[in-house]
Design a binder for this molecule. Sequence first.
Ligand code: CA
Length: 129
Amino acid sequence: MKKNLLNFFKRNSRRNRFVWDAVTLCALIALFIQNSAAIQVYPRILTPNGDGWNDKVLIELENPALLPATGEIFDEQGAKVADMSHGVNADTMLLWDGKHGGQPVPSGIYFYRIEIGSRVTMGSVVVAH
Ligand SMILES: [Ca+2]
């Protein structure tokens, strides 16, 4: 009886350990997802025609440590299109006006690459005319 109890405990402690490993893994994955998506992008579709509607994309950053934040925009071929400008709050807001060299870019998918300290976050927006 005593031995059975011991075996039961051993078996369960091994299982508990597995459960805890799984929980830890899930927590790490959640942290990674949270880190990589630690931003809000609005709007996802830009119409940079100067009518005041969706002419700029605003990316809000989760940057509680107020690390230096910079953003770049690339086209589908990977060519750099623009540097993002800082919003009202330079530590947590980046903007792109859908322009390259002062002219609205053609319709298409564009990619942003944001560096917050040593953390890099990437994503895409669409420009439509
Ligand atoms: Ca517009």
